[in-house]
Design a protein around this ligand. Structure first.
Ligand SMILES: *Cc1c(COP(=O)(O)O)cnc(C)c1O
Length: 392
């Protein structure tokens, strides 16, 4: 018998606010009728503001993986070279999608623990005088590692090389949590999903486009049916979709967009940065090792730490779930068992974060995992914005 509430602190799906749940709890309407038109237009316009773009944003009733495929299939042809960075599990999964649909992915090596190597990208672009690289694919926030990568610097490298490759960016775990500027950074296709910073249940994903991406579509030969942008763009002009949309999730999206606008996007980003400082202070005080080795690149939405040798991250997560009803993220892929991830994104405040950190501290004690000092006390001091810090 569990009492109180569950603490969901995985890095997505994130907590769905009551306001969004209430908005979803409404009768489903005719998706080709007049009432739907207003809903469709509102969410399509609201999304453009969140992506900071004046260009089209498309909505798929799918998870983020679908939007990865849509981005590639609409702009490229079989055999095209796409450059990825070896920076984590999500980048690797996106690369597999590219391979499966007949593209030729190539990878810039990395250690997963530090920012992607823009110098190595510049070198690779300089070695491509015939412009065989048709796209560069970057994950803005690698949710598997807790490292945020420098998208604006990738743009600069492409510009400095005078290289025409498309720039594609996965913003699945950054949109609505970490500053992302689609037009200012001249990103050609951005990929996002509903279940992270947008505070919705899983089930929607997005492509934000650029005029260059739309132009690329005209000659792109990858087969595409469900993912084709053409019918979407046409139907979206009137606020509709070419096939049955997730009407109730769109009610939720309209509400989530309203919440982001009421708080103000810049305040949302500042809140994530502030709460992340609390999580980072806790990990530091416990004396655990951050997976991310560059403090300036630590993610504002997820903190990954290494388990001390001799301890298994998944056993630790199971213990805190069983005893404290707290869900933490595990290590993915080759990080399985080695890394634990604290999600701190979306609909979150100081108390929720402090509760999660207290659950981790309890679990560390229970499992006999050595701690240097109280991470909760350190986090409380880091989160304090009024008055003097308490004695440690
Ligand atoms: C969560 C996540 C995805 C998710 O893809 P799904 O198909 O929605 O599971 C993709 N990229 C990143 C960086 C993510 O964090």
């Amino acid at each position: 018998m569990k009492t109180g509430r569950h603490f969901l602190h995985i890095p997505g799906p994130s907590n769905v606010p009551d306001r969004v749940l209430r908005a979803i709890d409404r009768p489903t309407i005719d998706h080709r009728g007049p009432e739907f038109r207003a809903l469709g237009r509102a969410v399509l316009a609201g999304l453009r503001r969140v992506f900071k773009t004046a260009h089209p944003v498309l909505i798929f009733p799918a998870s983020g993986t679908g939007a990865w495929e849509a981005a590639l299939a609409n702009t490229l042809s079989p055999g095209d070279r796409v450059l990825f960075f070896d920076c984590g599990v999500f980048s690797g999964k996106w690369e597999s999608v590219a391979e499966l649909i007949g593209l030729r992915p190539e990878r810039i090596e990395g250690d997963w623990r530090s920012p992607i190597r823009v110098d190595a990208l510049a070198q690779r672009l300089a070695d491509d005088p015939k412009h065989e690289i048709r796209a560069v694919a970057v994950v803005h926030n690698e949710t598997s590692t807790g490292v945020t990568h420098p998208v604006a610097r990738v743009r600069q490298a492409l510009d400095q090389a005078g290289h025409p490759a498309l720039l594609m960016v996965d913003v699945v775990s950054s949109l609505g949590s970490i500053d992302y500027r689609h037009d200012e950074w001249s990103v050609d296709v951005a990929i996002a999903a509903s279940q992270k910073g947008l505070m919705l249940p899983p089930g929607l994903s997005f492509n934000a486009l650029s005029p260059k991406a739309l132009k690329a579509r005209a000659s792109a030969k990858c087969p595409r049916a469900y993912w084709d942008w053409g019918p979407q763009l046409e139907a979206n002009e009137d606020g509709f979709f070419p096939y049955t949309p997730s009407t109730n999730l769109l009610y939720g999206l309209r509400e989530a967009l309203a919440m982001l606008e009421e708080e103000g996007l810049e305040s949302v980003f500042a809140r994530h940065t502030r709460l992340a400082k609390g999580a980072h202070a806790a990990v530091e005080a416990w004396g655990l090792e951050f997976y991310c080795t560059d403090p300036a690149s630590r993610s504002p939405v997820v903190t990954a730490f290494l388990m001390p040798s001799g301890f298994d991250g998944d056993a630790f997560r199971k213990a805190v779930l069983d005893r404290y009803d707290l869900s933490l993220g595990g290590g993915l892929g080759r990080l399985k068992g080695r890394v634990v991830r604290i999600g701190h994104l979306g609909n979150l405040n100081e108390m929720m974060l402090a509760g999660a950190l207290a659950g981790i501290e309890l679990g560390l004690g229970d499992e006999g995992i050595p701690m240097k000092a109280s991470g909760v006390a350190a986090a409380v001091n880091a989160l304090r914005t009024v008055g003097a810090p308490a004695h440690a």
